[in-house]
Design a protein around this ligand. Structure first.
Ligand SMILES: NC(=O)c1ccc[n+]([C@@H]2O[C@H](COP(=O)([O-])OP(=O)(O)OC[C@H]3O[C@@H](n4cnc5c(N)ncnc54)[C@H](O)[C@@H]3O)[C@@H](O)[C@H]2O)c1
Length: 388
């Protein structure tokens, strides 16, 4: 059986661990947080002697590792991936490959030269909806593709939790939002459309989540704010009252959920006012890619709606493909719309099973040497574009 090491045992790694289904076993984890290591030992049954706080301790141990899943914070990916490639360990690497394009290129080169495969976690390539959309775009019979308009609404709660108060709010920690969020969207388009864009253009700004937009009298922390009860950005409402986005918070020993949430609201960045959060990543962003035949594909990100969604319109010479939040519709002249309904699976766990399929393919590739559908060489271009 394939022996895996997991680096960074947080949200994503926990999901990948739940997808192994007996195909592989976790020989070791590397996780610097004491709370998370305790959690991994207590709830996932990992042997304490195999839970390391430092990567170097794994390297100097005699634990046999066949492959590694890297799901630690963005800025750590490059150094971990480089060392894994050097040791001949195939890697399932969370996106982004790295935040610096030169580092992305270096890792892709190292992987190719050493013959050590790196699969980038672009799980949406494994999602039934996007697999169907790619197939329809490639075989539509609607003539030349004239334009693509792709919109992504990050969703207000995700925006506040991840990109304002959370881990992807500051460029120094994670690179620009064009990379940390939109690399999925750019990758999907590059994967679906034939050829490669000849030019790309990025434009974005931090329009809304800025101190000067704070309402008069707002306090730095939601717990102390006189406006909290009627504020739609309230962290007290999001975490304490609605109990949303709390899955990744871990209680201290003996702490109740309410006590944990109050501690987080009082002490961590998750309790800060969205207008005073030291965030600096854009909250609106567009990316336009122009193909050699003149085709323009544009991606527009916004964060104004409560629920997130991706939508796209592909306009061909003789019809359109409308990719909605839960269904894809093909519109042909003189024909009834063809509708492909995904409402039963969109929003279901593990990206509608895509995470599981990606992990399965990765483990299989480690066993058999077959390549995966999301190898680093194919994932590189999105990173070059998103960091431009
Ligand atoms: N593919 C996707 O759709 C997707 C979605 C969310 C996040 N991600 C990416 O996955 C990665 C992990 O994100 P997450 O949401 O699981 O975050 P997380 O904070 O839940 O997990 C990260 C874990 O890494 C640990 N860690 C911190 N510093 C470390 C270090 N130096 N070495 C090893 N571990 C360290 C943290 O303690 C934490 O447990 C990020 O790179 C993120 O961008 C990808």
């Amino acid at each position: 059986m394939v022996s895996l090491a997991l680096i960074g045992f947080g949200n994503r790694a926990g999901k990948y661990a739940s997808c192994l289904d007996g195909m592989a076993h976790i020989a070791a984890i590397v996780e610097p947080s004491d709370e998370r290591r305790t959690y991994a030992i207590a709830t996932c049954g990992f042997a304490p002697a195999r839970c390391f706080s430092r990567f170097e301790d794994l390297l100097s141990s005699d634990i046999k590792v066949d492959a590694v899943i890297i799901a630690s914070p963005d800025k750590t990916h490059y150094a971990y991936a480089r060392e894994c490639i050097r040791r001949g360990w195939p890697v399932l690497l969370e996106k982004p490959i790295a935040s610096d394009p030169a580092e992305c290129i270096e890792l892709a080169d190292l992987s190719a030269r050493a013959g050590v495969p790196v699969t980038v976690c672009f799980e949406l390539r494994y999602h039934p909806y996007f697999i169907k959309l790619k197939e329809l775009v490639g075989t539509s019979g609607l003539g030349r593709l004239r334009s693509v308009n792709w919109t992504i609404d990050v969703g207000l709660n995700r925006m506040m939790h991840s990109f304002v108060r959370g881990m992807w709010g500051r460029e120094k920690d994670c690179g620009p939002i064009a990379l940390s969020k939109l690399c999925h969207d750019v990758d999907l388009l590059l994967w679906m459309l034939p050829g490669e864009p000849a030019e790309w253009h990025l434009k974005g700004e931090r329009k809304f989540f800025r101190a000067e937009n704070a309402p008069e009298g707002a306090a730095p922390r939601c717990l102390d704010c006189p406006l909290e009860k009627r504020c739609k950005y309230s962290a007290v409402d999001l975490y304490l009252r609605r109990r949303e986005w709390i899955r990744n918070f871990i209680p201290l020993p003996g702490e109740s959920v309410d006590e944990m949430l109050l501690r987080i609201l009082r002490e961590s960045d998750f309790g800060r006012c969205v207008f005073f959060s030291d965030n600096d990543v854009n909250d609106t962003q567009t990316i336009t890619m122009t193909y050699p035949d003149g085709l323009k594909a544009s991606i527009r990100m916004q964060c104004v709606r409560r629920n997130g969604s991706r939508k796209a319109r592909f306009v061909f010479e003789e019809g359109e493909i409308d990719a909605g939040a839960t269904a894809i519709t093909v519109l042909r002249k003189d024909a009834a719309p063809e509708v492909y309904d995904f409402s039963g699976i969109v929003g279901s766990p593990l990206h509608a099973g895509a995470d599981r399929e990606m992990v399965r393919e990765f483990v299989e590739s480690v066993r058999t040497g077959k390549s995966t559908r999301s190898g680093i060489s194919g994932a590189l271009k999105s990173h070059i574009i998103c960091t431009a």
